[in-house]
Design a protein around this ligand. Structure first.
Ligand code: GAP
Length: 453
């Protein structure tokens, strides 16, 4: 997509997200807080479905992974040992002409001269290191002794709790600890909607293993993660695997893959899968003085486990899901005239609302009562939306725009008025094809459960 078309496409997506309650700018009525976003009633469902499916695939469907939920406030010694206090920074420069603060890699270069991407200015400051961590103070004393940090990644609490979790879970290597939660980075330039935010969520797995298993598990987890994205509706041909070259990799990593997605604004990272060796556990063992070794009973060997880490961004994946699902096609309006339809073609598994239920007419009491019976039947099993207002075509369109995969309509045939054989059947409409099938109410639960699993 050329830059102008990409920007127009993103504008449509951002506008739909606001209009239909996916994502709002944080503190909007006060002018907005840069790099922070609030998820609305539909967005929060999408985000939850994504996190639940990650948890299902990475924890519940496996024997070798357990979960945890760590604190956001982090002891400064944890982040000193991990290298974040000393080195978690981006090189930053200022443009003296337009006063923009920029990351060094955002500068453009023309005829070998670096320029500001905003104003083209060449009067730039020297690069200086800018630490991305948010510092805060615990308790009343705002001095050195009270410093704590908002975690810049969820991973460190997993490493710090490694020994406790090993003991309580009684797992043997290889095994993993998974976590989903907030992370904070004072990004110099938040941009591309939610793509680079200052507050975001991560879904991370630290998979501990013997040293000789590390490289093989790096390949294994790369493939598992690609399978995950396909299972949530991101096709393989829109995903790119980049083997991160030696010079760009953290010094302790023996191999890293970036899984990237074709966003409208370019191919960008969704997730990193990194073989981090024994770096983190070794650092924490050294700094805390507490043993983080593992005793292999079969080999009668004590050693610090190595780790492979698939680390994905929740917000980036939500954005990829919306970008992937967004489509415009043609559908007939009430009078049969073709009009443009905006539709989000989410995989039913992650769609915010699974099914909408409509009585054909809201002033026909038997239709309304039957529709409400169906809602009661399905509601314990999936998120259902009941809507009786407006023409049926409009009601379908409203659901198409938020990606609801199925719509059930209760009509006069349901009441057996035209043909007694059709009593207690409804129409089931599929969002993408707009095709309708006649289905028995008693079959609905099983049929829908199979399609959204
Ligand atoms: N524990 C490893 C780690 O944090 P990372 O590559 O810095 O690695 C992992 O982050 C993932 O977290 C990224 O692939 C991305 O999806 C997400 N992420 C990182 N910074 C982000 C930001 N500023 N806004 C949104 N998501 C971000």
């Amino acid at each position: 997509m050329n830059p102008k078309a990409a920007s127009q496409h993103m504008d449509k997506i951002v506008s739909l997200c606001k209009r239909r309650g996916f994502i709002f700018q944080s503190s909007e009525i006060y002018g907005g807080l840069n790099g922070a976003w609030d998820y609305g009633p539909i967005g929060v469902e999408l985000k939850r479905n994504l996190k639940n499916y990650w948890w299902r695939m990475m924890v519940h469907e496996r024997e070798d992974v357990v979960g945890m939920d760590g604190a956001i406030l982090t002891h400064p010694e944890v982040l000193t040992a991990s290298g974040h206090v000393g080195g978690f920074s981006d090189p930053m420069i200022d443009c003296r002409s337009c006063k923009a603060h920029l990351r060094l890699d955002q500068l453009i270069e023309k005829k070998g001269i670096k320029q500001c991407p905003n104003c083209g200015g060449k009067d730039l400051t020297e690069a200086r290191q800018f630490n991305l961590m948010f510092e805060t103070h615990l308790g009343a004393a705002a001095d050195e002794s009270s410093i704590a940090y908002l975690r810049p990644e969820t991973a460190q609490s997993i490493f710090v709790q490694f020994k406790n979790i090993l003991e309580v879970s009684r797992k043997k290597l290889p095994f993993g600890i998974a976590q989903i939660g907030k992370a904070f980075r004072n990004e110099i330039n938040p941009r591309n909607f939610t793509f680079r935010s200052r507050e975001f969520e991560q879904m991370e797995l630290e998979y501990f293993c013997r040293p000789e298993q590390g490289m093989g598990l790096l390949e294994y987890w790369k493939e598992e993660r690609l399978r995950f994205y396909e299972n949530i509706g991101i096709p393989r041909d829109k995903l790119h695997v980049k083997a991160v070259p030696d010079e760009e990799r953290a010094f302790y990593s023996k191999g890293t893959y970036d899984i990237e997605y074709d966003f409208p604004f370019g191919v960008q990272e969704l997730e990193g899968v990194a073989y981090r060796t024994d770096y983190d556990l070794s650092q924490h063992q050294k700094a805390s003085g507490k043993s983080l070794e593992y005793f292999d009973e079969e080999m009668k060997q004590k050693f610090i486990p190595h780790v492979v880490e698939p680390s994905a961004g929740v917000d980036r994946t939500v954005l990829a899901l919306i970008c992937e699902a967004y489509a415009e096609d043609e559908a007939p309006d009430e009078k049969g005239k073709m009009e443009t339809r905006i539709v989000l073609r989410f995989h039913p598994r992650i769609a915010p609302i699974k099914c909408a239920v409509f009585p054909l007419l809201k002033n026909k009491e038997p239709l309304v009562a039957k529709a409400k019976e169906i809602v009661d039947l399905l509601r314990p099993h999936m998120y259902i939306f009941y809507d009786e207002s407006g023409a049926i075509g409009r009601r379908y369109r409203r659901q198409d725009e938020i990606g609801t995969p199925f719509g059930i309509t209760v009509d006069f045939e349901t009441m057996g008025e035209k043909d007694p054989k059709l009593r207690d059947t409804v129409t089931l409409r599929e969002r993408d094809s707009m095709k309708q099938e006649r289905v028995r109410i008693s079959d609905l639960l099983q049929l829908l459960s199979m399609r959204i699993a």
